[in-house]
Write a protein of this length. Sequence first.
Length: 285
Amino acid sequence: MRIFLTGGSGYIGRATIAELVRRGHSVEALARSERAARTVTGAGAVEVRGGLADLDVLNHAAARADAVIHLAQASSAGMDLAAATAMQDGVGAGPYVHTGGTWVYGDTVGVQDESAPWNPPTVVAWRRSVEDAVSARAAEGGRPVIVQPGLLYGGDNRLIEHFFIAPGKIRGAVPYIGTGANRWGLVHIDDMATLYAAALSAKAGSVYIGVGEGHPTMRQVAEAAARGAGLDGKTVSITLDQARVEMGPVADAFVLDQRLTSAKAHRELGWTPTHGDPLATFERG
């Protein structure tokens, strides 16, 4: 299958290109700079020079492909929807896999799946209008699929490190917010790549949460990361206000208490995460 992919030089993108190539697909990947081009070609893709604002480039690349996977993070709802529309127009009836995220569900009560109501923090509230528009194309003959990754870990550029690194005034300890009792839905980057590949066969309009088994607390993750960093497990509590000063509005997403299930992806796509112990990964540093 010929696949066009955005965000190929990023964290999820590199892993997804490698998984697609391993499965025998040919991949073209968007690259807005020479450095990004080297990264995507190194991962096994053919570069397509341009950015998310280059709608003609997106449309033509999607038209050459049998399927599209949109991983790049847009700077606004308008940009994301415009890019998604251009690529959906191009790929037509081929699969179009769009990236969302589990933060849109807010705090959960019990274990929740894709039918949970949305209660997003401000930083991701814009996703609703985009995902509704993307999914609506199913009624017009398109094959939209939305994948919602949990908090990613593993590899060389973990999204979760944004939390541990951002409070830059703290030295010698790993921070957590408040009591740190809120639970995180984590997923390993390699497992996420296999979910994107599996989603190419999903039926139109499907939505899939991507999280691993178990939901450790923020404090447990901080303690494991502190052991992995050689800090003898030393952690420190910071207030939400402190975290907001250092990190901005994304701090409110990191304090969400979430328990989520990927049973639908397992049932419909046969996807089963193989990395089941995130705390051990953090402890290894």
